[in-house]
Design a protein around this ligand. Structure first.
Ligand code: PLP
Length: 439
């Protein structure tokens, strides 16, 4: 690589001069410089180290710079760096075989995309073609990506400046801590959220609804672990009304929940599964749709009207093969489950006991949220400026946090160690102690 001087200052100067950033007013940015990484850590050009408890955008499940994934990409680059999706490519077939082996029975085909948004775009297209219906139901507390239908399926504020796709309807999913249904137990929340969804289906007209699109565990919206019976209940509603169930596993999948797919914990099998992020930890952009045999067979003799230049790109496929093999060989998903159960869960419960600021902790595997409140009784969210100062203080202590609204998401790589968890908990503890004193 021919680069100008490798310094933090030069990197920031080039960035501010020429790089246009996502979801930001461009004038107010001070991006952190990251020059390298390994495992759960990243560092800048001055050698300042950070413990990465964000996994970046909750995608680096295997940790930074895993040697097996790097060498898989290097080997593929030596052999063939790019080839059209219409060709048969051995690495692509190997990647698709591995992904379908992890999926439930009855899922034999994968359509590859460049990331999560276009995975959802294509799943929605398949559902519309399969049913001959138009509408897509999704929750207000969701994020499904930043393209035509995916951003309008999204529930959060990012939808509103982008509402150009048609046929999207939103409803409320379960979230006991801030229940929309006056529920006081998980069972009540589940039953009432299902009743609400059924009424939305009837109100919209079941014959107009192609799909219900849900994150198995809503991620950016707050790591909203579904209450007992909810996902199975949504499956039953889909069956009753002839609706395709799309489960978005882009953030929750490939180890994050402590399982290969998060939905495995909830007694539900969808019709379409979308994935990206953890499938190869983002070493090369990749995503896709895992298609049930029933829907795949629609396109045996009918043309599937969709495609991408880089569908099944060889470097992305090699990184998937490398990542999935290493995750299986090294027990990385099992590590995520264990560390969630034995280390992160208990440590967060202890923090919540100690700090009134923590209203609730919830999660599983390496997928946890601490919900911060100004008042434990009213559950009023901690205001944005205080959250901003918490984020700054954590970064100052060498911890990269994932801060969203009034929450800290505790989302390290699946490879995180007990010592790293202890180090992160000490940083959260110290910063929350300082913030409580300042309030
Ligand atoms: N779906 C979910 C659940 C996500 O969390 C994301 C990204 O954060 C997406 C879809 C979009 O994925 P991408 O940014 O790769 O398009």
């Amino acid at each position: 690589l021919t680069l100008t001087s490798e310094s933090n200052q030069n990197t920031v100067d080039l960035d501010r001069a020429h790089v246009f950033h996502s979801w930001s007013a461009q004038g107010a940015l001070t991006p952190l410089v990251i020059a390298g990484g390994l495992g759960s850590r990243v560092w800048d050009f001055d050698g300042k180290n950070y413990l990465d408890f964000s996994s970046q955008l909750v995608n680096v499940n295997i940790g930074h710079q895993h040697p097996a994934v790097i060498s898989a990409i290097q080997e593929q680059a030596e052999q063939l760096t790019t080839i059209a999706p219409s060709t048969a490519n051995l690495t692509r077939g190997e990647a698709a075989k591995r992904i379908t082996k992890l999926a439930p029975e009855g899922f034999e085909k994968v359509f590859f995309t460049n990331g999560g948004a276009d995975a959802n775009e294509n799943a929605i297209r398949m559902a519309r073609l399969h049913t001959g219906r138009d509408k897509v139901l999704s929750t207000y507390r969701s994020y499904h990506g930043n393209t035509g239908a995916a951003i309008v399926a999204t529930g959060d504020w990012r939808r509103m400046p982008n509402e150009y796709a048609r046929g999207h309807v939103h409803f409320f999913g379960p979230y006991l801590y801030r229940s929309e249904f006056w529920a006081s137990t998980p069972e009540e929340e589940s039953a009432r959220a299902l009743h609400h969804l059924e009424r939305v289906i009837q109100g919209e007209g079941a014959q107009t609804i192609a799909a219900i699109l849900l994150e198995s565990i809503p991620g950016t919206a707050g790591i909203l672990v579904p209450p007992p019976g909810y996902l199975a209940g949504v499956r039953a509603l889909c069956d009753r009304y002839g609706i395709v169930l799309i489960l978005d596993e882009v953030m929750a999948g490939f180890g994050r929940s402590g399982r290969w797919f998060a939905f495995e914990g909830y007694d539900v099998v969808p019709d379409l599964i979308t994935f990206a992020k953890g499938v190869n930890s983002g070493y090369v952009p990749a995503g896709g749709v895992i298609i049930s045999d029933e829907i795949a067979s629609d396109f045996d003799s009918t043309v599937f009207p969709g495609g991408l230049t880089y569908s099944g790109h060889p470097l992305a496929m090699a990184s998937i093969v490398g990542a999935l093999d290493a995750m299986a060989d090294e027990g990385i998903v099992e590590n995520a489950a264990r560390i969630g159960r034995e280390a992160i869960g208990p440590a967060l419960a202890e923090l919540a006991d100690k700090h009134d600021l923590i209203g609730e902790v919830r999660g599983e595997g390496v997928f946890w949220a601490m919900e911060l409140v100004a008042d434990a009784a009213t559950r009023a969210p901690l205001p944005a400026p205080v959250m901003g100062s918490i984020k700054t203080a954590l970064v100052g202590r060498g911890l990269l946090p994932f801060v969203q609204d009034n929450r800290i998401h505790v989302v390290p790589p699946c490879t995180v160690t007990d010592d790293e968890v202890a180090e992160a908990m000490a940083a959260y503890d110290a910063v929350l102690t300082d913030v409580s004193k300042g309030l």
